[in-house]
Design a protein around this ligand. Structure first.
Ligand SMILES: *[C@@H]1O[C@H](CO)[C@@H](O)[C@H](O)[C@H]1NC(C)=O
Ligand SMILES: *[C@@H]1O[C@H](CO)[C@@H](O)[C@H](O)[C@H]1NC(C)=O
Ligand SMILES: *[C@@H]1O[C@H](CO)[C@@H](O)[C@H](O)[C@H]1NC(C)=O
Ligand SMILES: *[C@@H]1O[C@H](CO)[C@@H](O)[C@H](O)[C@H]1NC(C)=O
Ligand SMILES: *[C@@H]1O[C@H](CO)[C@@H](O)[C@H](O)[C@H]1NC(C)=O
Length: 392
C-alpha cells in the first residue's frame, strides 16, 4: 500500500515548536531536589519528577542524552514538559492508533491500539480539560475505554463515528463526522488504548486505507483529507497528563483524598502556607502554596513568601511605590501623588500645584531615591513644558 510520508514529516517539523521555551523566570524558580538533575534535553525536571532521584511513580528516564521519557513506558513516552505549579501537569507525545485493511477487506497485521502502558504507577490521568479525541476514517467507530470496574468491563467508553460517501466527501478543516470526528473526553482516562469497529469498502482503499484514532492537546490538530492516508509508522501527537499523589506511587497503598490523607504518615501538604487540593481527574490529591507564597511542597522546603515587588508589574501591578509584605504586597502612591482608587489598578496623579509638588517631590527623591526616582523625570518634563508655554 502506498504510504505518504508527508504527514509524518509535517509532524516532525512541528515538534520543535512544542518544546518548552525555557524562560528565565520559570527556570530560576524551578525547585530541584539537592543532588538531582535539573533538566534533560531542554526539559526542566522539578521534583517529584526526577532522574535517579524522584518520588515513587514519577521517575524520568533518558533514552538518549536529549530525550527524556516517562520511565517504565514501552514504547517510551517522550516528555515535552513537566510542571508542579500552578498546575500539576506533564506534556508528552503518544502514538496514533491505527488499523489498516487489505484489498479483500481483511484487517492487516499492520495495526496499533496506540497502547503504551503509559501509567505503570497509576499517577497520571489524561487531562479531560486540555485534550480531545479524534477518529479518522470512512466508515468507522473509533473509541477508547479505560478503568476497570464499570457496569460493563470498564468505567469509561468514549469515541465517535467517521463516515465518507465518496473520495470527495472529506474536507480540509472540517471534522464533524465526514472522514473525521472529534469528542471531548471524560475525566478518569488512565491510558489511551483505542479500538475500531469498521465496515470495509473496496472503493475507499484508494483514499482511506486505514482508520486512525488519537487523543491530542485541544487546538493542536486540524483535519486534512490527505491525513486519511497518514503514514502512521511513527506518528505521534502531543497531549497533556494530569498527575496527583495517588497511593505511595508503587501500588502498595490506596489513593486518598485530602481529608483522608491529612492525618496519615506520608501526607505531603503539611508545611505552613500550603493547602491540599483534591484531584479533579481521578483519585488522589495535590499540594499547592496558598496565594502569595511559592515553593515546591514535594520537597521539604515548604512555601515561602513571594516578593511581588521584584516581579514584573504585569504579574503584580503597582502604579506607585511597592512594599513587599508577608504573603502579599502594599502599593502606595509616592508623596504628593494620589490615585483615584487603588494604586494597584489606577495611576497615581499629582495632588498639588507644581510648586508644592516640586518641593515634596524633591524631598521624596532624596528620602527614597530608588522607589520614587521616576518623579524627578516627571517634574522635569512638566517644568520644561510650562516654561515653554510661558515663553510664547
Ligand atoms: C488479505 O488478508 C487475508 C487474511 O490475512 C488474506 O487471506 C488475503 O489473501 C489478503 N488479501 C490480499 C489481496 O492481500
Ligand atoms: C478475510 O479473509 C478470510 C480468509 O482468510 C475470508 O474468508 C474473508 O471473507 C475475508 N474478508 C473479510 C471482510 O473478513
Ligand atoms: C455519494 O457517492 C456516490 C457514489 O460515488 C455519488 O454518485 C453521489 O453523488 C454521492 N453523493 C453525494 C451527496 O456526494
Ligand atoms: C513503596 O514506596 C514506599 C515509599 O513511598 C517505600 O517505603 C516502600 O518500601 C515501597 N514498597 C515497595 C513494595 O516498593
Ligand atoms: C495553586 O494556587 C495558585 C495561586 O494561588 C492558583 O492559581 C492555582 O490554580 C492553584 N492550583 C491548584 C491545582 O489548585
Amino acid at each position: 500500500m502506498g504510504r505518504s510520508s508527508w504527514t509524518w514529516t509535517a509532524l516532525l517539523l512541528l515538534l520543535p515548536t512544542l518544546l518548552p521555551v525555557p524562560s528565565a523566570s520559570s527556570s530560576s524558580r524551578l525547585t530541584i531536589h539537592p543532588g538531582c538533575q535539573a533538566s534533560s534535553g531542554g526539559v526542566d525536571i522539578p521534583y517529584p519528577f526526577g532522574i535517579g532521584c524522584f518520588r515513587p511513580g514519577f521517575e524520568i528516564a533518558c533514552v538518549t542524552s536529549t530525550t527524556p521519557v516517562l520511565a517504565g513506558t514501552s514504547p517510551a513516552v517522550r516528555v515535552l514538559s513537566l510542571s508542579v505549579m500552578p498546575r500539576p501537569e506533564a506534556r508528552v507525545t503518544l502514538p496514533v492508533a491505527y488499523q489498516c485493511y487489505n484489498q479483500t477487506g481483511n484487517a492487516t497485521d499492520d495495526f496499533s491500539y496506540g497502547t503504551v502502558d503509559l501509567n505503570p504507577a497509576g499517577v497520571y490521568r489524561i487531562s479531560n480539560t486540555y485534550n480531545e479525541l479524534f477518529v479518522l476514517g470512512c466508515y468507522t467507530l473509533g473509541y477508547t475505554n479505560s478503568g476497570p470496574g464499570g457496569r460493563y468491563r470498564y468505567m469509561v467508553y468514549t469515541g465517535c463515528m467517521a463516515y465518507c460517501n465518496d473520495s470527495g466527501s472529506a474536507q480540509d478543516g472540517a471534522c464533524a463526522g465526514i472522514g473525521c470526528c472529534r469528542v471531548d473526553i471524560p475525566p478518569g482516562l488512565a491510558d489511551n488504548k483505542m479500538k475500531f469497529s469498521s465496515c470495509w469498502w473496496r472503493d475507499a482503499m484508494e483514499f482511506s486505507p486505514c482508520d486512525y484514532a488519537f487523543i491530542v492537546e485541544k487546538g493542536y490538530y486540524t483535519f486534512r483529507a490527505t491525513d486519511l492516508r497518514m503514514d502512521v509508522a511513527q506518528a505521534t501527537m502531543p497531549l497533556r497528563l494530569d498527575w496527583a499523589i495517588r497511593g505511595d506511587g508503587n501500588g502498595t497503598s490506596m489513593s486518598m483524598s485530602c481529608a483522608q490523607a491529612a492525618n496519615r504518615p506520608g501526607y505531603t501538604c503539611k508545611s505552613d502556607h500550603s493547602e491540599c487540593v483534591d484531584s479533579t481527574n481521578g483519585p488522589g490529591y495535590v499540594c499547592n502554596c496558598t496565594k502569595g507564597y511559592e515553593g515546591n511542597l514535594y520537597l521539604d522546603e515548604g512555601c515561602t513568601n513571594i516578593n511581588e515587588c521584584e516581579r514584573s508589574r504585569e504579574e503584580f501591578p503597582c502604579h506607585g511605590e511597592c512594599h513587599d509584605t508577608d504573603g502579599s504586597y502594599d502599593c502606595r502612591c509616592c508623596l504628593g501623588y494620589q490615585s483615584n482608587g487603588d494604586p494597584k489598578e489606577n495611576p497615581c496623579n499629582p495632588k498639588f500645584p507644581l510648586a508644592a509638588k516640586l518641593t515634596l517631590g524633591m524631598n521624596t527623591v532624596f528620602n527614597n531615591k530608588f522607589s520614587c526616582t521616576y518623579i524627578s523625570s516627571f517634574i522635569c518634563n512638566h517644568v520644561s513644558e510650562e516654561t515653554a508655554v510661558q515663553k510664547e
